[in-house]
Design a protein around this ligand. Structure first.
Ligand code: BQZ
Length: 692
């Protein structure tokens, strides 16, 4: 807009324009090295085959009370009949404390709230390990933090083995034959096809964690060969990358025998009625996970009891899990930290930097009930500008004008250069935790390349001159810059900032951004929403800017890779399809999409490393999102639990609730506490009240 006018009218003006451009480029500088912060413990790196296998054992065991009260009473088949032909067998040699004993509870505290149990229909279940525990997936990746880098590939899970065709365009997968849902109904390819055809491919449904057709490659098909065999067909050859997308959260099938009768394709329900067909009050929803929900008290607690049909055992034949019950107290994420270090809760991902000092102090005491161990810097926050200018989120005139600004490189640069990241980090916690994070891939992760990372250091004057250069001048003298007269009626530049009010870190960072934009003459308005509402607003594009804790794709790259760029209209966190479903990508975004698709289509590590260097340069040079801070998280677990793997990060390929393999955790008999709310009971009939 105004900048071009400058260029056309005389030498003097030309000089000023090039000055601005020069300064910005000139202004990229060396990124300060993150403060030294060694992870407190390293994983024991092993091979995948050291962890698990699928095989039949001669004999199987279960808790005595299950045998007495259920099998001998004839209300449950013997354990051997409840298990698949070849269960998943965990090798005790890989268990830090060896074979476990049955009993006790893990008491989670969470900040989310369950909307219902329709995971594949898009309902949130409260997070904090609930959905991770209830929804098993075709492959698994959480525990891969402990696997040797050169052997990294998704672990078999519901899919116990697979083979590629010679040309690499088809992948035949074999499911765990004879496995059953927690209500005893057979698990088979019908469950997979129901998820694929009536959820992933049905544009009226958005499964939780965002699976879309692009997640598995444009034009990919899936067909059932028989009850325990499915066949994928891909356009690319050997796209092994999609095996990562078959893990948590994008290919975790639901119980077709319960859900299909409620789906609009097979009933008179609307899609909204289908989404809400299994409210939180619906007990005993069938699960392939180690526990199933037997009690729910709103704003109080979700209780789960062991799944008698769980299809995993240890190599002594003991059916897992060892823990009989799971509690999820419905509180706040901060309270999770407090209760974990106090010992009234058993588990926390210490992820809110504001709680670090107090948590460290409490857990350092000799009498501390919990162990706290820091991992690598895998928690990262960014300011994400909504880049859609063709209708995503139905912007009004003001918001549309902000989208246009967001799409201007000099505007994004001005915001980035206007932010004082050192101060932002210190506002959360002092000490060696937070690092200056420009955006893009994280320092310390396997594909990170410092030389490909462009950083624009903090400088208020340069930021102001960039905004001046965009013609954003405070024409009414109220300290806030105005749009040019022909844009949004020359109104003040007001920008809404979406953040998750369930986390102090999210709102503190957002308030930091708001305060740092004020001297630039930009009025940023807080739009703080609770978890589920925030997630819905973000998915619907109802934001100008969003402060967001980034997902696994930024940490591991190989997990959720498709969302590293807008590879599809419903994939990317801050640029999705507009009113007509199309994406109005900026030129550098086109390049990013091409790089990400090449990354997905190749298995050559050297080529992948090169592609991620291109990705990082494109991302940081163009200030795709505006990095805020990056810091390590710490896993807090009560000391009575055994088999916690060394060096477990709170977040890498997935959250620690997956990575620590909770079905293998146990409490030695002499340390067991009497916390079970429903001792010696099992999940009842789907939809019936409580356990039996
Ligand atoms: C961990 C995680 C397990 C979701 C959620 C929550 C949602 C987001 C994110 C984290 C919570 C905990 O994170 O903060 O420590 O327990 O649940 O699922 O933030 O609102 O949508 O992506 O994982």
């Amino acid at each position: 807009m105004r900048k071009h006018i400058y260029a056309l009218s005389g030498a003097g003006l030309l000089l000023s324009v090039s000055l601005t451009a020069l300064t910005a480029q000139e202004h990229s500088g060396a990124l300060p090295a993150p403060p030294d912060f060694a992870a407190q413990s390293e994983p024991n790196f092993v091979s995948l085959s050291d962890i698990q296998e699928f095989r039949a054992l001669d004999k199987y065991n279960e808790p005595d009370w299950v045998t007495k009260k259920f099998v001998e009473a004839g209300t449950l088949p013997p354990v051997a009949e409840r298990l698949p032909k070849e269960p998943l067998v965990y090798k005790t040699a890989n268990m830090p404390d060896g074979v476990g004993v049955y009993g006790d509870v893990m008491r989670h505290v969470i900040g989310g709230r369950p909307e219902g149990w329709n995971y594949i229909g898009g309902q949130a279940q409260g997070w904090g390990g609930i959905d991770i525990g209830l929804s098993e997936c075709l492959t698994r990746t959480g525990p891969l933090f402990t696997v040797k880098a050169e052997e990294l590939e998704p672990m078999p899970n519901l899919a116990k083995s697979w083979e590629w065709s010679e040309d690499g365009h088809t992948l035949t997968m074999h499911l765990i034959e004879g496995a059953k849902w927690s209500d005893g109904d057979p698990f088979d390819s019908e469950d997979l096809m129901f998820y694929w055809e009536d959820h992933v491919l049905d544009a009226n449904v958005s499964p939780l964690n965002g699976a879309t057709p692009e997640t598995f490659g444009v034009g990919t098909t899936l067909e059932a060969i028989d009850a325990y065999t499915v066949k994928w067909t891909f356009k690319e050859a050997f796209p092994k990358q999609y095996l990562w997308a078959m893990a948590y959260g994008t290919f975790c099938p639901g119980p077709a025998h319960i859900q299909k009768p409620q789906h609009p394709k097979y009933s008179s329900n609307t899609y909204e009625q289908y989404k809400n067909a299994f409210p939180p009050e619906f007990m005993n929803m069938p699960s392939m996970g180690a526990w199933a929900v037997v009690e729910y008290r709103p704003d109080d607690i979700v209780v789960m009891r062991r799944n008698p049909y769980y299809w995993k055992v240890d190599d002594q034949g003991n059916q897992l899990p060892y823990l009989n019950e799971m509690h999820y107290r419905l509180s706040t994420w901060s309270d999770r930290d407090v209760q974990a270090v106090a010992g009234s809760g058993d588990f926390s991902n210490l992820e809110q930097a504001e709680n670090y000092v107090e948590s460290l102090r409490r857990s350092a005491e000799d009498t501390a009930p919990a162990r706290l161990q820091f991992g690598a810097r895998t928690i990262g926050y960014a300011l994400q500008p909504n880049l859609s200018s063709n209708g995503w989120g139905e912007p009004d005139t003001r918001a549309q004008a902000v989208r246009e600004l967001n799409r201007d490189l000099n505007f994004r640069k001005a915001i980035s250069i206007g932010l004082d990241r050192q101060r932002l980090g210190e506002s959360l916690v002092r000490g060696p935790f937070t690092a200056i994070y420009p955006g893009g891939l994280y320092a310390g992760t396997s594909f990170y390349d410092a030389a490909s990372t462009v950083y624009y250091p903090h400088d208020l004057e340069v930021a102001k001159s960039l905004l001046d250069g965009l013609g954003l001048v405070d024409t009414d003298g109220n300290g806030v810059r105005n749009f040019p007269a022909d844009t949004a009626n020359g109104a003040d530049v007001e920008i809404t900032l979406l953040a998750n009010s369930d986390y102090g870190t999210d709102t503190n960072l957002a308030e930091g951004v708001i305060a740092m934009m004020e001297p630039l003459g930009l009025r940023v308005i807080a739009n703080f929403q609770q978890g589920n509402a925030r997630d819905d607003a973000a998915t619907a594009g109802q934001f100008d800017w969003a402060v967001n804790r980034q997902g696994a794709s930024m940490v591991s790259i190989v997990q959720n890779t498709a969302e590293l760029a807008p590879t599809g209209p419903r994939v990317h966190p801050f640029h999705r399809g507009g009113t007509d479903g199309t994406l109005d990508l900026l030129p550098f975004e086109e390049e990013l999409v091409a790089v990400v698709n090449k990354f997905i289509a190749t298995n050559d590590n050297a080529e992948r490393a090169e592609l991620m260097k291109q990705y990082q340069r494109l991302y940081t040079e163009n200030v795709y999102s505006i990095g805020l801070t990056q810091y390590p998280g710490a896993l807090i677990v009560n000391k009575r639990f055994a088999n916690i793997p060394a060096g477990a990060p709170i977040f890498m390929f997935n959250w620690a609730e997956d990575s620590v393999i909770r079905e293998r955790l146990y409490v030695p008999a002499d340390k067991q506490a009497d916390h079970e709310l429903h001792p010696e009971t099992l999940p009842g009939e789907p939809g019936s009240a409580g356990p039996v």
